[in-house]
Design a protein. Sequence first.
Length: 122
Amino acid sequence: DVFSVQANVRHESGKGWAANTTVYARVPDMAPGGWHHLAVTWDDSHMSIYFDGTLRTRGPDAGETMAMPAAVGETFTIGDQVERTVARTDDGDVLTVIDELMIYGRPLTAREVRQHFEEPRK
């Protein structure tokens, strides 16, 4: 399972779900040095991707379902594969910082996601 942010937010999985299940959301241009909030939630069969407190997509498409990513013991990656990342230093390092990571035992509501986005700005 891989989550990545470039010009888009993407979740890809090819193991344990339907082959190569992808949920994909377009996001606005992100200026270097800017702060952004990304939230991803799952219910019983769908994923919702929020960017800066706003729902960008819910997937997969009708007729498809997806389980929670990465069963216990499997790899779960937040970031991007280095060879696919366009924002790099001269040494090839990825120019991304994850400041906080929160994992809940239930999907957050849209209102809760919005509150998390607005809270640091108060």
